[in-house]
Write a protein that binds this ligand. Structure first.
Ligand code: KG4
Ligand code: ZN
Length: 334
């Protein structure tokens, strides 16, 4: 079975083909990051327009490189939500048009299920049960994954997502959007113990996060500093975020009894976070798995793979067949 994956939920246009026998045959991502540098964030109208300009060419290029045509595709899996409505609708229109004209089966996929299953996409299946730490520009969640299609959010941010906090701090430090990778790079040359930033919601045992107070605290510190302090601010901020993430994950692992942790989403690319999770892994004998860097950020390979898993295990269908911008993972079947 060959599954065509289509992703367009935010500012990355992605297409991929996953094969049940041979694994991922290929994928392509067009990032719109350059379009948004001058604005410091994604402009939904521009994102949707760019998806519509790029997606067909990207698909044609992928299929021709793989020496495949739409006739070889058995299933189309596309991101139906959550995300930006205009962006989602571009991917959905392409997916539905191909499905209808070529009589191919189509499966709508929840974007976060793509991130949750992403580590299984490369060399071996990685079946649940496991705990997933999902850290991206839009989400910060700890998810108890009991089996394929059965995910319970046991903790999440009550305000900003962790990637969003990285991006906002990047802006404060005059770094280009998206700030996450640049803050992390700047932090490499800084002293992470210089500024004591708050670690919110860590006094009581719970798995929720809050990053808005941290961001405000960084703002006050930046206002009282000059550029020579920026590396120390970046390092101290990053340390605060990672302290909180690892503390909550350690609690969640202990309480759920999971022996395996999946770390996914754009912030999973952060090398200091990986180092700390590696320490946790060594201390508590937990297996920690990440998708490769290219599959940590948004891509269609994880969507194609989620479609393959849904089909293989004959999972219950979603009620959602039309672009759904707001769609909490807890309402997967509602
Ligand atoms: O999953 P993703 O590609 O898009 C969604 O939000 O769905 O994640 C993008 C986020 C951005 O906020 C970006 O700044 C952050 O991931 N990010 C990082 C790093 N690489 C990407 N944050 C911290 N350190 C990094 N190395
Ligand atoms: Zn994402």
């Amino acid at each position: 079975m060959k599954v065509l994956g289509i992703e367009s939920s935010c500012d990355e246009t992605g297409v991929a083909v996953y094969c049940s026998e041979k694994g991922l045959l290929g994928h392509k991502v067009n990032s719109q990051i350059d379009l948004f540098t001058e604005y410091g964030g994604v402009i939904p109208e521009i994102a949707a327009r760019d998806h519509s300009v790029k997606i067909i060419k990207l698909l044609e290029k992928l299929l021709s490189e793989l020496n495949l045509s739409l006739e070889n595709i058995d299933l189309i899996a596309y991101t139906v939500g959550p995300g930006l409505i205009g962006s989602l609708m571009v991917g959905e229109t392409v997916a539905k048009t191909i499905a209808k004209t070529k009589s191919i089966e189509i499966l709508p996929i929840h974007h976060l299920e793509g991130h949750i299953l992403a580590p299984g996409l490369e060399d071996k299946d990685v079946p649940p049960p496991y705990l997933c730490l999902l850290v991206s520009g839009g989400h910060t969640q700890i998810i108890d994954c009991k089996s394929y299609g059965d995910y319970t959010i046991i903790g999440e941010t009550i305000d900003d997502a962790c990637g969003e906090a990285f991006d906002k701090v990047g802006k404060l430090l005059n770094l280009e959007y998206p700030g996450g990778p640049k803050v992390s790079k700047l932090a490499d040359s800084g002293d992470s113990s210089r500024f004591k930033f708050p670690r919110a919601l860590t006094k009581d045992r719970n798995y929720n996060f809050s990053f808005s107070g941290l961001k405000t605290s960084v703002l006050y510190t930046v206002n009282d500093s000059d550029e020579s302090d920026y590396a120390d601010i970046a390092a101290s901020f990053q340390e605060a975020v990672i302290d909180v993430l690892t503390k909550k994950v350690a609690w969640a692992l202990e309480d759920t009894g999971h022996q395996r942790l999946i770390c996914s989403g754009g912030v999973a690319a952060n090398k200091n976070l990986r180092e700390r999770l590696q320490l946790l892994s060594a201390e508590s004998n937990i297996e920690v798995l990440y998708p490769s860097l290219e599959f940590c950020t948004d891509n269609a390979a994880m969507i194609a793979y989620a479609g393959y898993i849904r089909k293989k295990f004959n999972l219950k269908s979603h009620q959602t067949n039309f672009a759904r911008p707001r769609w909490p993972l807890g309402e997967l079947y509602a």
